[in-house]
Design a protein around this ligand. Structure first.
Ligand SMILES: NC(=O)CC[C@H](N)C(=O)O
Length: 308
């Protein structure tokens, strides 16, 4: 359903007010030391609709670490670079496991289930890194995101990247495991250096909602990838974008989304809008607790769903 800005704004204001009043805001990710000190008492929502002014509520101009939301952009780049060959190295099935789980990687001989769990994202980044330096690859990624958002003021936070380089032992384990199965083309420290920096990109909710417009489609949305790719990326966001909480998100929100441990979620309403929410406290799946609740409320109040 298309809603006018005048109809949507009060819904967003109500969502932000409810979020502020909610006592249980979830737990901030503390396994990345640089993120452990983020104030959990923050909330923002932004709705970008092609050809219309962006709508916001809450701290929508405060930058946050996009973390795994970056995996949507690297997937788009990787599909642009190697096309369907990507699927020789990564699957397209939900994993039903935590984002940093190593279990299936051993059982399935080093082929990660999907591009959104860490192992699959590391392979995806390895694909776009191939033949270039981490600096060039990050430059290409930032150019893509800035063009999608129509905003040059998007950067990565070096301290957050270094914080993960120093403590990301599970990701190093995953990368070495992939290498042992011949599913890593570059040295683990190069691929992971790139991966940690892509996760350390900072955006505001307003910027992220704008950056997601290329996945909305339609005549007024930015055309960065083909319609066919838009459908495929959205399908993967729906089935795998929230790790072992993907089924729960599909049930509660009914829209394709991608979360990150920084507390951001990018959600696409095909043909209508790109929505970003941010609240740093996470639920037990590592997805933003208030962000998920806010998206459920937005979907219920707008009737936005891919299912009816
Ligand atoms: N779910 C996430 O956002 C995880 C991203 C984080 N950089 C990690 O690799 O652990």
């Amino acid at each position: 359903m298309q809603l006018s800005p005048a109809q949507l704004q009060p819904i967003l204001d109500e969502i932000a007010a409810r979020a502020r009043a909610t006592e249980d805001k979830g737990r901030v990710a503390d396994y990345i030391p640089e993120l452990a000190g983020v104030d959990p008492d923050q909330f923002a929502v932004a709705v970008a609709m092609p050809g219309k002014p962006i709508l916001i509520a809450g701290d929508a101009h405060k930058p946050f670490s996009i973390q795994s939301v970056s995996k949507v952009f690297t997937l788009a780049l990787a599909l642009g670079k190697v096309g369907d060959q990507l699927w020789q190295r990564v699957g397209r099935e939900p994993s039903g496991q935590a984002f940093d789980s190593v279990v299936l990687l051993e059982q399935e001989k080093g082929r990660p289930r999907n591009p959104f769990i860490n192992a699959g994202a590391i392979v995806t980044t390895d694909t776009i890194l191939d033949g270039s330096t981490p600096r060039e690859t990050l430059g290409a990624l930032l150019r893509f995101i800035r063009a999608a958002a129509n905003d040059d003021n998007i950067h990565y936070n070096e301290s957050v990247a270094q914080s993960e380089i120093a403590t990301g032992h599970r990701n190093f384990a995953l990368a070495h495991y992939l290498l042992s199965h011949g599913n890593l083309a570059n040295a683990p420290e190069l691929t992971l250096g790139t991966y940690f920096h892509q996760c350390a990109i900072e955006m505001t909710c307003a910027q992220l909602a704008n950056a997601g417009l290329f996945l909305v489609g339609g005549p007024e949305a930015p055309r960065m990838v083909s319609d066919d790719r838009i459908r495929r990326i959205n399908a993967l966001m729906m089935t795998c974008g929230h790790y072992d909480g993907s089924g729960d998100y599909a049930y509660r929100v009914g829209l394709p989304g991608k979360s990150g441990v920084g507390g951001g979620i990018l959600t696409i309403v095909p043909g209508i809008a790109s929505v970003a929410v941010w609240s740093p406290g996470l639920n037990r799946y590592g997805n933003s607790k208030l962000g998920t609740e806010a998206m459920q409320m937005l979907a219920e109040n707008t009737g936005w769903s891919v299912f009816l």
